[in-house]
Design a protein. Structure first.
Length: 155
């Protein structure tokens, strides 16, 4: 029996319309059903969740307990609580700003997405690309983020 496929854009629009970006029921859904599209939606929603309890529920759904996040800021965090703290610090620096994440490209337990971080007035704070390593259950084990456009010059 095949399951109907919901498009990522429908999930994202639904998530963003909710304010917390996903409902409590979606966040508590069984981890075994987590696919790459859902992982990106929930992960992006966690970065947009202003409320610590909501953010922590979202991260528990999508992030392995020992997950590692790194970006060139330089930021390197290990674990859900540390990532939640990192997100809160960014939100304090850019109140009301929100991430908009693309659909993922996926193969062999890895995926990448692009993202734009926008202020409430729509102006861009930053954009970039994240590379993910996925656990066997579909949760995120590692994210390595890059800011800006990829280099185009060849040596």
């Amino acid at each position: 029996m095949s399951r109907p496929r919901v498009t990522l854009s429908a999930l994202v629009l639904s998530a963003l319309a909710s304010g917390a970006a996903v409902t409590r029921a979606q966040a508590q859904h069984d981890v075994r059903s987590l696919g790459p599209d859902s992982a990106v939606v929930v992960y992006c929603a966690a970065w947009n969740a202003d409320d610590r309890a909501t953010r922590d529920r979202l991260l528990a759904r999508v992030w392995t307990p020992d997950g590692v996040y790194a970006d060139p800021n330089p930021t390197r965090t290990v674990g859900r609580a540390a990532l939640s703290d990192t997100i809160a610090a960014l939100q304090r620096r850019y109140p009301g700003a929100r991430f908009h994440c693309s659909a993922p490209q996926v193969h062999h337990g890895a995926m990448r997405t692009t993202w734009i971080f926008r202020r409430p007035d729509g102006s861009e704070v930053a954009h970039g690309m994240d590379f993910f390593e996925l656990a066997e259950d579909g949760r995120i084990r590692r994210v390595v983020g890059f800011f800006g456009d990829p280099p185009v010059d060849w040596p």
